[in-house]
Design a protein around this ligand. Sequence first.
Ligand SMILES: NC(=O)c1ccc[n+]([C@@H]2O[C@H](COP(=O)([O-])OP(=O)(O)OC[C@H]3O[C@@H](n4cnc5c(N)ncnc54)[C@H](OP(=O)(O)O)[C@@H]3O)[C@@H](O)[C@H]2O)c1
Length: 314
Amino acid sequence: MKQNESKILIFGGTGYIGSHMVKASIKLGHPTYVFTRPDSDKKDLIREFQSMGAIIIKGRVEEHDKLVEALREVDIVISALAYPQVLDQLKILEAIKIAGNIKRFLPSDFGVEEDRVSALPPFEAFLDKKRRIRRAIEEAKIPYTFISANCYGSYFINYLLNPSHPNKQEITVYGSGEAKAVLNYEQDIGMYTIKVATDPRMHNRIVIFRPSENAVSQLELISLWEKKTGKIFKKTHISEEEIVTLSQTLPDPQNIPVSILHSVFVKGATADFEIGGDDVEASSLYPDLKFSTVDEMLDVFLKNPPKPASAAFE
Ligand SMILES: NC(=O)c1ccc[n+]([C@@H]2O[C@H](COP(=O)([O-])OP(=O)(O)OC[C@H]3O[C@@H](n4cnc5c(N)ncnc54)[C@H](OP(=O)(O)O)[C@@H]3O)[C@@H](O)[C@H]2O)c1
């Protein structure tokens, strides 16, 4: 192993965002381990990772001894498990404590900065689970980096603009459409996550992915898309009151996505606070790396639109 390489184990590495982390880790030359369930349905991706040189460890987070054994092989642990598995990370923490060798743990945050926002109750309950993991990590004195990646760019461009339905003439706008939201391209999130995870300066820090040029309002995003496609869309606004009512009346967990839309696109939760104190904004950390702009992401959608995805809430 070369001097700047770390052995990195990724939980949820076959997932929507985890797969970008695995690919970035391999690209940066780190020996990369992927912990995946024996009955995972991501067989093709696992084969692709193997052909790229990843080491696949099959197991479940409930298998404590297997977890400890896997952790003893590596230096850095990243969890990109989905929201329903957030509290399962307590089992990873228990194993990290026993293994005793882990130099950095990055829990599955990767959204709004949960220690800086307050949201409607369904989203608060979601964030509380992630906060609980952060507090458990701090209490156990496990070295960490907490990442706020803000909005996954392709995920939300798909959601807001429906580019995979080219005949759709109508776009839904949440609230006035004027609040800014930060959109980051998934490949960049993968790459910056690995850079930050292996950066000694980011030890026990909160790192926020918030390049200033990636903060756009929905109306700005629609206008950019209209220029690129040469189309004019009908904009249908859903008022803040309607969104709040939906968050109160939809059953759990369908009340979570509307509460996230409220927080991010009505209240501007990803863009409206000062980054200060010990917290770090990532975009100027590495001179050889930059975040793709929203304009560049939209160009990707013009040529080869990434498939729509939906996050798991149960
Ligand atoms: N900022 C944003 O815009 C945004 C958007 C979406 C999600 N997120 C966040 O990103 C993080 C990762 O979410 P994701 O959507 O990328 O995850 P995901 O793709 O839904 O799942 C990640 C992996 O978890 C494993 N998994 C799935 N179901 C499981 C189960 N029942 N038990 C154990 N493991 C299971 C699977 O791996 P194996 O099959 O290999 O075991 C899967 O590939 C979460 O914290 C989520 O809240 C953020």
